[in-house]
Design a protein around this ligand. Structure first.
Ligand code: BES
Ligand code: ZN
Length: 917
């Protein structure tokens, strides 16, 4: 071998030896650690796959919780607890995964029924998934057992979970667990389909009232200024319905006709304010029992007013919690509107005792079925039964239907049935679209299949799924059976699974004694753009001049773009109107001649209030979208609606006129707003002359509510008569404080808002002093709203400071007041927007990542602008403050700004000409 070759060989040989050495070493190491690697790899893989959906595995099923909560240290905002859960293990598991967040689990034991020893466990928290993984040093075999956990936590001030509330400087505590906050109060399987029995025991200071879902079975003093309350075991139910409240309360009680004990708990010293709700509930509970064909499943129902409350009310089984303004009615100072709202909210929550509590959705994506759909629809049925004089069904169209159609016409709307990964995502879809459209869909089915088939279908559905979980399809299938309409689910899915609603463009041709009508459908979009990709299945009822209040023709649009129908036996002079009683969720675009033919029916009121509402609401929406001129709308009001007397019709008109007025804050001509105000005052002159300031002794509740709305509009639009009278009444209030001078509660908002509008510092201070000494939350809110309605810039700034003063305004009310200031005028909006930008971190911190309030800040403040520059600013703001929760709200706000800008661009000139003419 040559020297060089030898060297090369030696080198290669040496390298091979090194390589072999490394390979051998690696193999040895690999063999040693392989099982470990494989084990860990699979563990982390299973964990990842578990977590990706935020859902609990179904290998462990809880059946009974024995929950003990010790609140003896509530003044220090801390609590201790233990929970003892009977579980069924369905397959071999290494760990138990349940929900727990912000809790400190201190002791873990597990006792398997098949073994007589106890296992001790350890816990790992998965914060992002709000889960705790409990591990033992051995696998758990299938069978039954008991998991025992000790834990402690903080009583928070976030209005969710287990939180504190303060009234008259005295602390109380309460729970709000829907949708996913029970896990902040005790470790649990916090998903609606894990239904279980709950036996709750609470230790609480003995001078406080202590309540839970069930009646107290046993109460004893434990000798430490605390009492132990043992409550009866609940029926099987979901964790989000568990509740307990501890605080200073008084109560009144009655029994309903089926013997159920009903109590209303009020803040101490105010129990007479619970009378209205108590009477209402005592009539409604038997009404629901009969309607659903199932007795109220518990022996008691408590309803309680909580001073700090994030939403409106919560249907916890047997212990319904309410915001004060949705439960308390003061015989002397409450408005008719408050009474009606209380009746509706009580009805809504009581309906949930069956629909939601007894029969529960499987997962939150079907929550819309509980909420929007059903409870928000049936609240009207129950109030109509107990208080027919309120005529709430007519109001449904302006209060519910109309409000959901505005956001649902945006490109960035969403279907009411949406996939949900985490309970907290519910906040994102819990908006006017979901609540309003869902209940409007139910109203539509009810009208389509008839009241009796609907009721029977519902009763069958509740009977089949009582104490169980269900999905939307199961309800449709019961309704299909009782109504003999197999295609129900087909129709309904076009309304629930896709966003938006259609615009129907109608054409007609008389053919002898018949009329040929053509209907074309396309999605209705608020900015007037065309989207031809969606279709709906639409039952349509038509009334005619000779049959103005009945469904004379029934058509069915089967989802094709255009359909023709021949209406037989109709004379040339007979008008036709689609969408009888405004039951359908669609807009109708009539040719001018058809619309003109309808106006006498509006003017002489042969058309129903819902139809009169419907015609002008569609014309307004078409004008807003640029399909027709706005002047057409203003003319229509002047010629057909000046004699209008109905509350519902006016509510809708006034809401629209207010929107237009706010758009005119951005007008290019400096007299547009002024001209517009006198148009509004002139339009309202007839109805004002009828209603005046003075209530009649036997007038209807609608007249009472309408007077308030008309006076407010005239007051804020600068009508002299109203201005003078409001100031006269306001002064009188301050000259003497005796009862006689108290302003009628129903016109109080009009007086306060009118004096505020052009008011000075003195008036601001007077309203503020009234706020500070107001005795009810209802009165406080009316005053807070008035404080936000000053034109003067420095007073607006003072209002802003006042709103955010947490010692005088409760957290739950900041947003309402803030949007009220923003909606007052352009400057109010600018002030709020600047504040929002400067304090966004604080707002995000206060209202939390998951709170729907955060969404409302975005949807209700910047959305009020009307210029391109502001759109850019909003867009930039979002780039600098990204938050996935706000993706859709920001897009919606940008769309709204654009629509408002387009209204001015398209119509201001012609409106100005019309108003000047
Ligand atoms: N269950 C809801 C409240 C709720 C919904 C809490 C979703 C958390 C997540 C309750 O029945 C309800 O709908 N409350 C309404 C008032 C109601 C009268 C429309 C609310 O709080 O706004
Ligand atoms: Zn509800």
């Amino acid at each position: 071998m040559k020297k060089l070759e030898r060297k090369v060989f030696d080198e290669v040989y040496c390298r091979i030896r090194i390589l072999v050495f490394f390979i051998v070493c690696s193999l040895v190491i690999a063999i040693a650690v392989l099982p470990f690697l494989v084990y860990n790899l699979t563990r982390s893989i299973t964990k990842i796959s578990n977590k990706s959906v935020h859902r609990l595995p179904t290998t462990i099923i809880p059946s009974h919780y024995r929950l003990y909560i010790d609140t003896s240290q509530l003044e220090q905002y801390i609590f201790q607890g233990t929970v003892d859960i009977d579980i069924q293990i369905k397959e071999i598991v290494n760990e138990i995964i349940l929900n727990s967040v912000k809790l400190n689990i201190t002791k873990i034991e597990f006792q398997h029924d098949d073994f007589n020893f106890t296992l001790n466990g350890s816990v790992t928290y998965y914060k992002d998934y709000e889960q705790a993984i409990i591990e033992f040093n051995q696998q758990l075999n299938p069978g039954n057992g008991r998991l025992y956990l000790s834990f402690n936590g903080k009583i928070n001030d976030q209005l969710n979970g287990f939180y504190r509330t303060k009234a008259h400087n005295r602390i109380g505590v309460c729970t709000q667990f829907e949708p996913g906050y029970a896990r902040q109060a005790f470790p649990c399987f916090d998903e609606p389909s894990f239904k279980a029995n709950f036996t709750i025991t609470i230790r609480a200071p003995k001078y406080l009232t202590t309540l839970s879902n069930m009646p107290v079975k046993l109460k004893y003093d434990d000798g430490n200024d605390t009492c132990i309350y043992e409550f009866d075991t609940t029926p099987v139910m979901s964790t989000y319905l568990v509740a307990y409240v501890i605080g200073h309360y008084d109560y009144i009680e009655t029994r309903d006709s089926n013997g159920v004990l009903i109590r209303v708990y009020t803040p101490t010293g105010r129990k007479e304010q619970g009378v209205f709700a108590l009477k209402t509930a005592a009539k409604m509970l038997p009404f629901f029992a009969e309607y659903f064909g199932i007795k109220y499943p518990l022996s008691k129902l408590d309803m309680i007013a909580i001073a700090d409350f994030g939403s409106g009310a919560m249907e916890n089984w047997g212990l319904v919690t309410y915001r004060e303004t949705y439960l308390l009615v003061d015989a002397h100072t409450s408005t008719q509107k408050t009474k009606q709202d209380v009746a509706l909210v009580v009805a809504h929550e009581l309906a949930h005792q069956w629909f939601g509590n007894l029969v529960t959705m499987k997962w939150w994506n079907d929550l819309w079925l509980n909420e929007d759909n059903f409870a928000s629809w049936i609240e009207f049925l129950a109030v109509d039964y107990v208080y027919p004089e309120y005529d709430v069904w007519t109001q449904f169209v302006s209060d519910t239907l109309a409000t959901c159609m505005i956001p649902d016409a945006l490109h960035n709307s969403h279907p009411i049935e949406m996939p949900i990964q985490r309970p907290t995502e519910i906040d994102e879809i819990f908006d006017d679209i979901t609540y309003g459209k869902g209940s409007s869909v139910i109203r539509l089915i009810h009208a389509y299949i008839g009241g009796e088939a609907f009721r029977r279908g519902l009763a069958n559905y509740l009977a089949e799924y009582a104490y169980k979980n269900t999905v939307t399809e199961n309800l449709w299938s019961h309704l299909s059976k009782t109504s003999n309409r197999s295609h129900l689910s087909d129709i309904l899915s076009t309304w629930t699974k896709q966003m938006g609603f259609p615009l129907l463009t109608v054409k007609q041709k008389q053919q002898g004694n018949n009329r040929l009508i053509t209907i074309e459908q396309i999605r209705f979009l608020a900015d007037g753009t065309k989207d031809d990709s969606l279709r709906w299945k639409i039952p349509i009822n038509i009334c005619t001049k000779s049959h103005p209040n009945e469904s004379f023709y029934q058509l069915y649009l089967n989802g094709t773009k255009e359909q023709e129908f021949l209406l037989e036996n109709i004379s040339e002079t007979d008008w036709i109107k689609l969408n009888l009683f405004s039951v359908g969720i669609y807009r109708v675009h009539y040719p001018q001649s058809m619309l003109e033919a309808l106006t006498p029916g509006i003017d002489d009121r042969t058309l129903s209030p819902q139809d009169r509402f419907n015609i002008q609401a569609d014309v307004y929406a078409l004008a807003r979208a640029g399909h027709i001129g706005y002047v057409d709308y203003l003319k229509l009001l002047r010629y057909a609606y000046k004699q209008e007397e109905n509350l519902t019709v006016w509510k809708s008109i006034l809401r629209q006129l207010t929107e237009l007025s706010s758009i005119f804050d951005y007008a290019h001509f400096n007299n547009t707003k002024k001209l517009y105000r006198s148009y509004v005052c002139d339009l309202l002159s007839n109805i004002y002359n009828k209603l005046t300031w003075y209530p009649l002794s036997n007038e209807s509740s609608q007249a009472i509510m309408l007077r308030s709305l008309i006076l407010i509009q005239l007051g804020v639009n600068g009508d002299n008569k109203i201005y003078d009278e409001a100031h006269r009444r306001f002064k009188k209030l301050f000259i003497s404080n005796n009862q006689e001078n108290l302003i009628d509660p129903n016109i109080r908002p009009a007086v306060y808002l009118t004096v505020a509008k052009t008011g000075n510092q003195q008036i601001f201070d007077q309203l503020k002093s009234l706020y500070l000494k107001a005795e009810t939350q209802e009165e406080r809110l009316i005053l807070l709203n008035s404080l936000c309605h000053f034109d003067d810039e420095s007073l607006q700034n003072q209002a802003l400071k006042f709103i955010w003063n947490t010692t005088v305004v409760r957290k739950q009310d900041h947003l309402t007041a803030f949007s009220s200031l923003a909606s007052h005028n352009r400057r109010g909006c600018e002030i709020c927007w600047t504040y929002m930008q400067e304090n966004w971190n604080k707002i995000e911190r206060t209202y939390g990542q998951h709170d729907s309030h955060l969404i409302h800040f975005i949807e209700s403040i910047p959305a009020l602008f009307a210029s391109l520059e502001r759109s850019d600013e909003v867009r930039k703001f979002y780039i600098n403050h990204p938050n996935p929760l706000l993706d859709r709200p920001i897009k919606k706000a940008l769309e709204q700004i654009n629509i408002r800008r387009l209204v001015l661009e398209r119509h201001e000139h012609s409106i100005n000409q019309f108003l000047s003419g």
